[in-house]
Design a protein around this ligand. Structure first.
Ligand SMILES: Cc1ncc(C[n+]2csc(CCOP(=O)(O)OP(=O)(O)O)c2C)c(N)n1
Length: 195
């Protein structure tokens, strides 16, 4: 499926969730109607997004957190799956956009790209619920129910690669705000957690 099409469907069910858009962010920020609830950061290190999402989910159990992770990031920090399963944040919805390659750096294949089953890795780590989708129709029919399951929920979605080949230094960034501004907007939108 195309990332943009999949995210359009997800967006219909977002409601007030906080979204960490990861590497599909270029599509997400164009459709999002709640940018102050999007944590779209620049220049992130691979492997850290899921742990960041876990910390946020634990800090704000009153908020639903949707993480749009990627398979390269997951492989960089597989241990995070066990930690998330152990902490069992009921408000965390962990999606990965699996394009079978490192698209941001030109499309090099990830190891064992065609055979690895990320949904089974998550299940084996102890996620109480884990799903995999290859087809948009199937994703579309199930997404509402999935977002009503208690978390942590894992959803692996096969998407087409959108390889980027320009040198990183000369690329135009899709993020429209600085990381500092993202945090300021986010804090203002959420306010302090109720005691
Ligand atoms: C620790 C670390 N190593 C390398 C990079 C450089 N880098 C940025 S994106 C990327 C590929 C990411 O692949 P994936 O997570 O599968 O997402 P995709 O680009 O395919 O959407 C790489 C190697 C990085 N950001 N962090």
């Amino acid at each position: 499926m195309r990332t943009e099409d999949m995210l359009k469907i997800l967006h219909q069910y977002r409601e007030d969730a906080i979204v960490i858009p990861g590497r599909g962010g270029n599509h997400w920020i164009k459709m999002s109607t709640k940018p102050e609830r999007d944590l779209a950061f620049r220049g992130t290190a691979m492997g850290g997004r899921s742990s960041f999402a876990l910390g946020l989910a634990l800090a704000r159990p009153d908020e639903k957190i949707i993480l749009l992770d990627s398979e390269g990031d997951i492989l960089m920090g597989l241990g995070a799956l066990a930690t998330i399963a152990d902490k069992r944040p009921s408000n965390l919805y962990h999606f990965i956009l699996d394009n079978e390659c490192y698209a941001t750096t030109g499309g090099q294949p990830v190891p064992n790209a065609k055979k690895i089953r990320y949904d089974l890795l998550a299940q084996g780590a102890g996620y109480p619920s884990s799903h995999a989708f290859d087809e948009l129709d199937d994703f579309s029919s199930n997404i509402e129910a999935i977002l009503n399951e208690p978390g942590p929920v894992f959803v692996s979605a096969k998407v087409e690669p959108e390889n980027v080949n320009e040198p990183i230094a000369t690329r135009r960034r899709w993020q429209t705000r600085s990381n500092e501004q993202v945090i300021v907007d986010f804090k203002n939108a959420l306010g302090p957690r109720a005691a």
